[in-house]
Design a protein. Structure first.
Length: 306
């Protein structure tokens, strides 16, 4: 049987690309890490790593084993978290993860309703990027999380149960002084000559804009990469450019920004609820999920009526 400890060592070496770096992260000596790797290679009867001019690279076998090891280690972390919940009697606590635009727009309504009905349950919220939310869920650090997907990149994750909460459209943000500011709806083709403000760090909205613009027959000229939607709105308000954003991103709207609909041609994303499969959900999770779905149905009804 493969040792979880040695699998963890392999994953750290593969991800860091260095035995020394992995040893520092794990609190081991480089010699101890090397010994663990040699034992693991002996167990699987094939080499897992090869030396390069700059560090270490996995062999094909190393890639395969590290990929499986990540899943195994996530499951072990999740099992430990579930057992800790049971041992300490924490069935009256709940950790919910969400990405920032939903945490700022949709979840407050859910949390308010939940806390009014279940004041004794200790509820906490974490906000983060997609990959961080997913890792927290898989490792048992959170019980429920909100994710998103677009039609061209559906979320399919082994061991994770995903349900759609609602759909939301992308909208266009312009300055109140923009020639189109008095319109309620605009076609994307009308914005072909505009400069664009988008989110930085390979944010999904960049791909959404590029795909939509390609369909409208142009390539967007990006003038600014903003760190968050508040910064994007501020730059739009002073005429640096126009922006595309999911509607929830403008739940708190800048006074000098106007929000325009793209009508039936608007890119639409699905907001999802995710939970780990193959576990018994606590009463707190069941209660929160019920309220989450109720509030989501009302929101979807408002979207459908537009």
């Amino acid at each position: 049987m493969l040792s979880p400890q040695r699998l963890a060592v392999l994953v750290r070496v593969v991800e860091s690309g260095s035995i020394t770096a992995a040893a520092d992260e794990l609190g081991y000596t480089a010699s101890a890490v090397s010994q663990q790797l040699k034992k693991l290679e002996h167990e699987v009867d094939q080499p897992l790593l090869r030396r390069r001019s700059r560090g270490i690279a996995p062999t094909d076998a190393g890639h395969i084993l590290a990929s499986h090891a990540r899943k195994v280690l996530h499951q072990l972390d999740a099992a430990e978290a579930d057992l800790k919940d049971l041992l300490e009697g924490h069935r009256g606590s709940l950790v919910v993860g969400a990405f920032p635009t939903i945490a700022a727009s949709f979840l407050p309504e859910v949390i308010e309703a939940f806390k009014s009905r279940y004041p004794a349950i200790d509820l906490s919220l974490t906000s983060g990027r997609f990959d961080v939310l997913l890792e927290d869920l898989e490792r048992g650090r959170s019980h429920i999380c909100c994710l998103w997907e677009y039609p061209w990149n559906p979320v399919r994750i082994d061991g994770v149960r995903v349900e759609e909460l609602f759909k939301e459209e992308s909208v266009i943000l312009v300055s109140k002084h923009h020639p189109l500011a008095e319109r309620s709806e605009v076609r994307l083709e009308e914005l072909a000559g505009e400069s664009w403000v988008v989110r930085a760090n390979r944010h999904p909205v960049v791909e959404v804009l590029e795909r939509a613009a390609e369909g409208a027959g142009f390539r967007p000229s990006i003038t600014l990469y903003a760190n968050n939607y508040q910064e994007a709105q501020a730059m739009v308000s002073v005429g640096i450019g126009v922006a595309m954003a999911p509607r929830s991103a403008v739940a708190v709207q800048h006074p000098d920004v106007r929000v325009l609909s793209l009508g039936e041609h608007a890119p639409v994303r699905s907001v999802l609820m995710a939970q780990r499969e193959e576990r018994v959900y606590s009463p707190a999770e069941v209660a929160f999920r019920s309220i989450l779905m109720d509030v989501a149905r009302l929101r979807q009804a408002r979207f459908d009526s537009r």
